[in-house]
Design a protein around this ligand. Structure first.
Ligand SMILES: [Zn+2]
Length: 92
């Protein structure tokens, strides 16, 4: 996980959001491929992707609630990492 401000110079391109293709990316994920997301798509598209990737059918409602708790926990962990990174960057 990274924000555009944290990227090394060689990765700072004008790459648009991978989802809407229009807005400037606000974050980037490095996996097998790079995924760029603007803030709007992070809020609207990524939850849909998570649901699509984890939904196990109507009998899996309890599984979906467990998945949501896991997603929420990972979200807050990521927010803490962003806060630490921001603090480190602005203390220098
Ligand atoms: Zn977007």
């Amino acid at each position: 996980m990274s924000t555009c401000d944290d990227l090394p110079e060689h990765l700072k391109t004008d790459q648009p959001c991978s989802f809407c293709g229009e807005k400037e990316r606000a974050g980037i994920w490095f996996g097998h491929a790079e995924v760029h997301s603007c803030s709007a798509c992070a809020i609207t598209v990524l939850p849909r992707l998570i649901a699509d990737a984890t939904f196990k059918g109507y009998s899996g409602h309890a599984d979906s609630e467990t998945t949501l708790l896991s997603v929420e926990m990972e979200f807050w962990r990521a927010v803490a990492i962003c806060k630490d990174r921001y603090a480190d960057k602005h203390q220098k």
